[in-house]
Design a protein around this ligand. Sequence first.
Ligand code: 87F
Length: 505
Amino acid sequence: MATSNTDTSNARKKEVKKETRLGLTYKKDKDFGEWYSEVCVAGEMIEYYDISGCYILRPWTMAIWETLQAFFDAEIKKMNVKNVYFPLFVTENVLQKEKDHIEGFAPEVAWVTKSGQSEMEIPIAIRPTSETVMYPYYSKWIRGHRDLPLKLNQWCNVVRWEFSHPTPFIRSREFLWQEGHTAFATQDEADQEVLEILELYRRIYEEFLAIPVIKGKKSELEKFAGGFYTTSVEAFIPNTGRGIQGATSHCLGQNFAKMFEINFENEKGEKAMVWQNSWAYSTRTIGVMVMVHGDDKGLVLPPKVASVQVIVIPVPYKDADTQAIFDACRSTVDTLCKAGFRAEVDLRDNYSPGWKYSHWEMKGVPLRIEIGPKDLANKQVRVVCRDNGAKMDIPMHSLVEQVKEILSNIQESLFNAAKQKREACVKVINTWDEFIAALNNKKLILAPWCDEEDVEKDVKARTKGEHGAAKTLCTPFDQPRLPEGTLCFASGKPAKKWTYWGRSY
Ligand code: 87F
């Protein structure tokens, strides 16, 4: 088949582009789904694997995960939570103990049925979550009130064999998380811990990932079925108009204590059941960060979690003293690292400065420092901010102070920009027609609701379509005033509360 000259030259152009990995093919506002996958791979966070729904987490990802982990781990240790590690496998017998609520989850459980060529005598499941793995031992370890509270946490992987569309970080068949499982003598202590943990989750999103979240309570339909009540932090993705559950902190009540006979002798010498909580956040946090902050040039990493906060790039012109420029770059990095920043220099001689700019923009490094002959002569460096492209020349002698200030400004302005975008999507509604209009406009809907399960089911049924049904995201703890006589937008009955609704991940 004949190809025209322009066709061949276009194809060649594309190939070069691919080879050098410069630039994204997709635009965030136009093809969000494709943009997201592309940015995860091109930013070197994720590599696709040959099993659908499983992804390789590259160093650029793991460094972020470790930062979040270091924060959370230290905080829960202050709360006297201890780390443990329970096995990956669970027998059918034990898994079924939780059958009331496991029923709905059963299709997602992955099983090992063979070893080598022989069928296993008893197939074993891979944990989708560890209640059934852990709670038999809580029953054994808790005897008297002096054994309480028992507060354990594990950092591990879990497997849920999802059949809906897999998405890196957001919906993967294996993911990393922490799962905390605690037992108390009283409901009061359990209630208090639920909120303490939820506050840590808020801080992960808002202080580290620069993503605003809403703290609230899940509806009866959306809560963890095995529990008493569920609280969550909810984020929002403006581009798709979808809410996303960021992390959950459950009070399990005494449901599992009943099932697993987790009893203790209280101070009066009577037999009592423990009150339990469980709570988790996962690598999904990182996906939300990519979705919220990324742009058409690639990732945008908040300085607090970026594994490289400052990338230094030499800009040697033809006749310039390359060695002196390289030395200045090295010493700049040295100064920054000694001051506690995560800085690196890109001295590779097989790439141009322009190529390096694009490369580190793609990877989302918050701040770029360029050093050329003119900067050297003026004892200054050129800095460029990843988030808004702002450029400044800063004198070498005030490098540390200024970098500190700029990074902290970037952190703050990423959060403010994300919050502003989210606020622009919030729509307060009162009627069904307003609800449907807002839903079609990709809004995060705040609506007065009667809080009846059948009404939520009805809303789900009435909004079913190719984009998925609307559901409740949470009832925010921070409730606006509900004027007397306000009616539920869906049922027309008296409203009991303001609740966030929308499509969700
Ligand atoms: C999938 C398969 C089997 C979610 C599942 O949220 C069981 C489950 O129990 C399952 N997917 N869940 C709910 C998990 C509840 C709870 N577990 C501890 C948490 C926090 C950490």
